[in-house]
Design a binder for this molecule. Structure first.
Ligand SMILES: *Cc1c(COP(=O)(O)O)cnc(C)c1O
Length: 386
């Protein structure tokens, strides 16, 4: 089976991990801060905070922005459940705003309408809007930042798909238009640490809150201690945090992988260019690319154009699978999950998401997907759709 995504491990990666295993520090050593620095400088943000996963990093980001009981977070339903779950961990509620029909990211018109309605009716304005950069293409962050100014909410970018992408010529994660951005380093993502995530921000206070949060709420920094200059061994727990730390083993892998980031993204663009050329005449909507963005192409999603074919996604899916092509569906709308249904989350706000969900299918996409496999995938697709 050709998988829909696959990690790549080089001899240098293995050497980097081995060196940590042979060192004195498997965790809480020098590699984690080095990885945080490398990620932050690669995306032109000031601070990076590494955690055990992007889910943990989202939890830390929301918490640092003081999301709690009685608050609401708004996000896109076209995402992995973790984006929304992390808000539930904080005791907040979640609402979903419809996606744009071409980018499949948050639709800023729909968001503005909802904000306007909430303001007029006096219902809850979100404390945080989490923008999910679906498939590696940035949301319209400039417009989102303008709405945040008008309505008074904070912005987190779920950039799990998007490291190595650009928005208006800045790297995704520069936080020019957001408070915090979060990257995932799960093996299906652009680069990997096995499991892992990094939150980046330009705000030293948010960085400090997230650092404390990932390590039990403990600090040794004299600035925050209630008993000053007590003793060198002294620390205080001043918040309730978690053990969400990344190990040095993972960070070393991340440092080594990050060196190949631009090559990896170029490889993904090569695969996308092949698909876009060879599939152009089929009854499929191919991924729309905004002029404002350079996608990192985490996913290559096509939608069946039901005006031009009677073949449905659920007809196509098993045929591709039987032919050894590991297609997938990104995503089941989060509000459809039983957990969210029983919470009473609205099922009727997102008609564009519903139409997208009916027709979307994710083709294999990773940098060393070779020409032979690409030829096979495109041939089977063509055969199924004619
Ligand atoms: C993968 C993913 C996550 C969760 O990342 P983990 O590192 O596995 O916790 C969150 N949001 C989106 C959009 C993702 O794709």
């Amino acid at each position: 089976m050709i998988p829909y995504g696959r990690h790549h491990i080089s001899a240098d990666d293995i050497q980097a991990v081995r060196a940590v295993l042979e060192s004195d520090w498997l965790t809480q050593g020098p590699k984690v801060p080095e990885f945080e620095q490398s990620v932050a400088s690669s995306v032109q943000a000031r601070y990076g905070v590494a955690m055990s996963s992007a889910t943990a990093a989202l939890h830390g980001a929301y918490k640092a922005l003081d999301l709690g009981a009685g608050d609401t977070l708004w996000t896109s339903p076209n995402t992995f459940v973790a984006t929304a779950n992390a808000a539930l961990y904080c005791g907040a509620s979640v609402e979903f705003v419809d996606i744009h029909g071409q980018t499949y990211c948050l639709d800023m018109d729909a968001l503005e309408d909802r904000l306007d309605q909430a303001a007029r009716r006096g219902t809850a304005i979100p404390k945080i809007v989490c923008a999910v950069h679906f498939a590696g293409q940035s949301c319209d962050m400039k417009r989102l930042a303008a709405l945040a100014q008008n309505y008074g909410f904070r912005i987190v970018e779920d950039a799990s798909h998007a490291i190595g992408g650009d928005y208006l010529n800045d790297p995704v994660g520069s936080c020019k238009y957001s408070d915090i951005a979060v990257f995932s380093f799960h093996p299906v993502k652009i680069i990997t640490t096995g499991e892992g995530g990094v939150a980046v921000t330009n705000d030293p206070n948010l960085a400090e809150l997230m650092r404390r949060f990932r390590s039990h709420g403990i600090t040794r920094d004299p600035e925050y201690l209630s008993k000053k200059q007590y003793a060198p061994w002294y620390y205080e727990q001043i918040d309730l945090g978690f053990n969400y730390r990344m190990t040095d083993i993972q960070a070393a892998l991340g440092i080594s992988q990050l060196k190949r980031l631009s090559t990896v993204v170029e490889g993904r663009h090569r695969v996308a260019a092949y698909y876009s050329e060879v599939l152009a005449d089929l009854p499929l909507a191919l991924p729309f690319q905004s002029d404002d963005c350079r996608s990192s192409y985490h996913l290559y999603v096509v939608c069946l154009d039901r005006r031009r074919t009677s073949v449905g996604r659920d007809d196509l899916y098993p045929v591709l699978r039987e032919n050894g092509i590991g297609v997938n569906v990104h995503y089941i709308p989060v509000y459809r999950q039983p957990w969210y249904r029983q919470l009473g989350v609205s099922q009727s706000n997102c008609p564009v998401m519903e139409a997208y969900f009916e027709s979307c299918i994710t083709l294999p996409m990773f940098p060393n997907l070779d020409e032979k496999d690409l030829h096979h995938i495109c041939g089977v697709l063509r055969g199924s759709l004619s």
